[in-house]
Design a binder for this molecule. Structure first.
Ligand code: PBG
Length: 322
């Protein structure tokens, strides 16, 4: 035998030397859940280790993460039911929970990178990402609402806007509004290939944001489709996105790989709530080694071609390697 691949696996030093993929803390964005009130940290049943925080405690959590080397965060609000309406009016209330928190976080920690969520569902009495008219999602009327929401978030100080709604044309619509208002430095990370997935379940529990009727299949993508992801990504890039995202990650590693080879923009992947929940459930049953499975999953996403990983494991991973 002239070739013996096992030689490259002979010792830890050699294995490390030939290692092709490695995780860096800079790759991670840590999603955070925000609730009203003060001094509350509420657990989420289906996501052990992840909490919903009031702003005061969230600031402490952010500081802890930064001490561990995690500097990028994606913030999601849980809005009380009485503030929800058809038009997601609360999403542009500058003294409301979300915009106020963005301002305070960026004032307190100017060095962190704060990404926001642009979609109607946290504020919508219908629980949909778009405006519901006669039982249907109206794409173009939704754009007007998303445009105002996105601008409000940019004004509040968001570094990256994350349109997670999957309406057609929203990246261009938002980019134009940002340009018109001189927010030329605000990034857009587009949820380009966001699939209609069962893996969002725990997130919807965390935010109480499940659709009140129907499902999201007229705007989120069909899990059976791959080519369509390239169309979506190319549109978002041509409309002004800076980073494109695939979501979920694990059941869509092929999509991550194809976007990373077929486009020039950085690709992000969202390792979603259900993917986190699966590992935690197996770990708590003693069925898998949680730490090793976490590292393996994160590596697989990076190896598939994601430059950036949004993951609920970010803080835990940072603590593990410390
Ligand atoms: C909705 C939104 C969802 C997630 C992020 N933004 C859920 C959905 O589309 O219903 C899911 C994230 C996760 O599951 O971790 N705008």
């Amino acid at each position: 035998m002239l070739q013996r691949p096992r030689r490259n696996r002979k010792s830890p030093a050699i294995r490390a030397m030939v290692e092709e993929t490695s995780l860096r803390l800079n790759d991670f964005i840590f999603p955070l859940f925000l609730i009203e009130g003060s001094n509350k940290k509420i657990s989420i049943n289906s996501m052990p280790g992840i909490y919903r925080y009031t702003l005061d405690l969230l600031l402490i959590e952010i500081e802890e993460c930064m001490q561990l080397g995690i500097y990028s965060f994606c913030l999601f609000p849980s809005i009380s039911d009485h503030l929800k309406d058809k038009f997601a009016t609360e999403s542009t209330n500058e003294n409301g929970l979300y915009l106020n928190a963005i301002k305070i976080i960026k004032n307190r920690f100017p060095e962190c990178c704060l990404m926001t969520d642009v979609a109607m569902d946290p504020y919508s009495s219908d629980g949909h990402d778009g405006l519901v008219i006669d039982g249907k999602i109206d794409n173009d009327k939704t754009l007007e609402i998303l445009g105002k929401m996105a601008l409000s978030q940019a004004i509040a100080g968001a570094d990256i806007l994350g349109p997670s709604d999957m309406m057609d044309g929203r990246i261009g619509y938002i980019r134009n509004i940002l340009e018109d208002n001189k927010f030329v430095d605000t990034l857009i990370m587009s949820y380009s290939a966001k699939y209609a997935s069962a893996f969002y379940g725990p997130f919807r529990d965390a935010l109480d944001s499940a659709p009140k009727f129907g499902d999201k299949k007229t705007y989120q993508m069909n899990p059976a489709n791959a080519k369509e992801a390239i169309t979506e990504a190319n549109l978002d890039i041509s409309e002004g996105a800076d980073i494109i995202m695939v979501k979920p990650a694990l059941a869509y590693l092929d999509i991550i790989q194809s976007l990373s080879t077929q486009t020039q923009h950085p690709v992000a992947a969202y390792n979603v709530s259900g993917e986190y929940a699966m590992l935690k459930a197996a770990e708590s049953n003693g069925w898998i080694d949680g730490d090793r499975a976490m590292v393996e999953v994160l590596l697989s996403i990076k190896r598939a071609g994601a430059k950036i990983i949004l993951t609920y494991f970010a803080k835990e991973y940072a603590a593990l390697i410390k």
